[in-house]
Design a protein around this ligand. Structure first.
Ligand code: 5GP
Ligand code: MG
Length: 182
């Protein structure tokens, strides 16, 4: 797998250190809110690896929920985002932290937050392990960001290319010949 990587952006150790710090920050922020369970809403599949590491670095009691959303590019250039798998519980009046793998254009997150806000959670925040601010098409920012990445296709630490490379422990830029090949 590493043979297909052009450049390693973040090593396993760098990611672990950063995720630990994010968990500590989130623990401090939510501890202050009281004894209610924090609901972590992970967006599959990309955020699964991050969720596993992050959740174990969060001290307050949490509930883990999963959503699947799909972004479809329409012929007019606009995107449509669909909920493929919704939450199994009500979030009304509860504290929700959306766990994302990467924010690029921002449309997926914008849609997701709009949909969740309608359910009137007590609070709604976002943590993303990677952020590609150069790709934004809509103005949106996460409350907690692990790392900023450049405008290239990155894989590893849960992020895929055609469902592969999710189990790569580092975050890397995929070689161009892999992206264009096949
Ligand atoms: P957007 O912010 O562009 O609407 O959607 C973000 C989603 O696009 C992410 O959750 C992820 O699934 C996918 N994505 C965007 N950039 C990358 C990337 O560099 N690598 C991978 N593997 N997925 C990406
Ligand atoms: Mg995603």
């Amino acid at each position: 797998m590493l043979n297909d990587i052009e450049e390693i952006l973040y090593t396993e150790e760098q990611i672990a250190t950063r995720v630990h710090a994010l968990g500590a920050q989130i623990s401090t922020d939510y501890q202050a809110l009281g004894p209610d369970d924090l609901i972590l809403v992970a967006v599959l599949r990309g955020a699964a690896v991050f969720l596993a590491d992050l959740s174990r670095n969060i001290a307050p009691s949490t509930v883990v929920e999963f959503m699947v959303v799909e972004k479809i590019k329409k012929s007019d250039g606009n995107a449509e985002v669909k909920i493929i798998k919704d939450l199994d519980i009500s979030i009304t009046g509860r504290h929700v932290l959306v766990v994302e793998d990467i924010i690029d254009e921002g449309e997926t997150l914008r849609f997701l937050l709009d949909a969740l806000r309608l359910r009137e959670p007590a609070s709604l925040k976002v943590v993303t392990v990677f952020d590609k601010p150069s790709g934004r098409k809509t103005e949106i920012a996460a409350d907690y960001v692990g790392f900023e990445v450049p405008g290239a296709w990155v894989v590893g630490y849960g992020l895929d290319y055609r469902q592969q490379y999710r189990n790569l422990p580092v975050l890397g830029v995929l070689k161009k010949e892999i992206l264009t090949g096949s």
